[in-house]
Design a binder for this molecule. Structure first.
Ligand code: CP3
Length: 341
């Protein structure tokens, strides 16, 4: 036992209670986050200023005592560190210089600009030094497919049409991009582990719109390669994969990628997915972020349903996707109180 409930779930027999953290637990639903966010000129400046990133990472831990902290950063630091311009437009979201063709892909840097990313690793070291002993620290990256949807579309796109079309039209050029991202993700995760991350999560937020063959080729396979690359150096660091929106094939995904844990989105039928997975595989999820806004009986029932579906199994209590800015603090407190019994 490591005296960290979050890490124990990967190593020990199923615990009496599931550890809990929330995706996007640092963010705009917290007044103290909005206060420090106002100090940075841009969202990326905020991510790259260790004092601010450290403080944002610790805020939800101080307030709620989650079992894990996730480093405050963003998945788009990888395209940024490959030389593609990235900026965040207030109230709209990320904007990137569009990768139009094979040439644009070939022109990306072949390696991450580690000077650009140094503040992320500095923030991890700072957080690790300040975290309570029982709290684990999670590092993360975006999966290559999801990163590619932003890099090719130039922004968030509702159905990822630009990247899907590009991959159909020119699969060779697209695989050049995916390969470069696989290498970048491996390096970024390894450096996060070396800076103090005790587990890592790979966010494939846009895995769900792909037909099966495309999913296997661009999403599942690249995640498998990242995990193999990280394991070659750090065999014992747990890896959580989040193939958001996939509608089946959970057991095949875990078998192919060798992920230690699979994060399940809100629409996943939890008991059924759990039953399809080997007992040693950890599940994570999948409370609806909207029911956390609603609160009341609906919230209590939704929490009980998850506790019941995962009782006696290795499970990390989490949301099915990131917490939304309108979420009342009292509902998060209620959630923690119920999960901790
Ligand atoms: O607390 C945490 O979870 C750690 C920090 C974190 C952020 N982004 C901070 C953030 C993490 C893990 C992410 C992951 C991320 N970023 C994903 C994958 C997870 C998911 O939600 O699907 C994706 C797709 C992104 C890209 C991204 N970053 C978008 C589309 C946006 C704009 C939308 C929005 O919510 O504003 C961001 C900005 C962002 N990243 C914010 C935060 C707290 C909000 C920006 C702000 O505070 O100004």
């Amino acid at each position: 036992m490591s005296a960290k409930p979050f890490l124990d779930v990967f190593h020990a027999a199923p615990a009496e209670r599931s550890p809990i953290w929330m995706m996007r637990q640092a963010g705009r639903y917290l007044a103290e986050y909005r206060a420090i966010r106002a100090k940075a000129a841009s969202f990326l400046d905020f991510c790259y200023t260790p004092e601010l990133a450290i403080e944002a990472t610790l805020q939800p831990i101080r307030r709620f005592g989650f079992d894990a902290a996730i480093i405050f950063s963003d998945i788009l630091v990888i395209p940024d560190a490959l030389g593609q311009g990235v900026r965040f437009v207030e109230g709209e979201g990320p904007r990137l210089d569009v990768l139009e063709d094979r040439m644009a892909i070939e022109n990306l840097a072949s390696r991450l600009d580690l000077e650009r990313l140094a503040p992320v690793y500095a923030a991890l070291r700072g957080v690790r030094a300040m975290l309570p002993a029982e709290t684990a620290l999670i590092g993360f990256c975006g999966a290559p497919w999801t990163l590619a949807t932003y890099m090719i579309g130039g922004r968030g796109t509702p159905d990822q049409a630009p990247a899907r079309q590009f991959a159909y039209r020119d699969p060779e050029a697209f695989s050049l991009l995916i390969n470069r991202l696989v290498e970048a993700c491996i390096e970024h995760l390894i450096l996060q582990i070396e800076a103090g991350a005790e587990a890592v999560q790979i966010f494939d937020s846009w895995a769900g719109n792909l037909p099966e063959a495309e999913f296997l080729r661009w999403s599942q396979e690249s995640i498998a390669r990242i995990i193999a690359g990280v394991r070659a150096k750090y065999p014992d660091v747990p890896v959580i994969a989040f193939p958001r929106g996939i509608s089946g094939g959970f057991a095949r995904f875990v078998q192919a990628t060798k992920a230690d844990a699979i994060s399940l989105d809100t629409a996943t039928f939890l008991a059924e997915a759990r039953a399809s997975l080997p007992a040693k595989v950890v599940t994570q999820g999948n409370l609806d972020p909207l029911v956390l806004i609603a609160g009341g009986d609906a919230l209590d029932r939704a929490i009980d349903d998850i506790l019941e579906a995962t009782q006696g199994t290795r499970h990390i209590f989490n949301l099915g996707h990131g917490i939304l800015p309108q979420t009342p603090i009292a509902h998060v407190e209620r959630l923690i109180e119920k999960v901790r019994g």
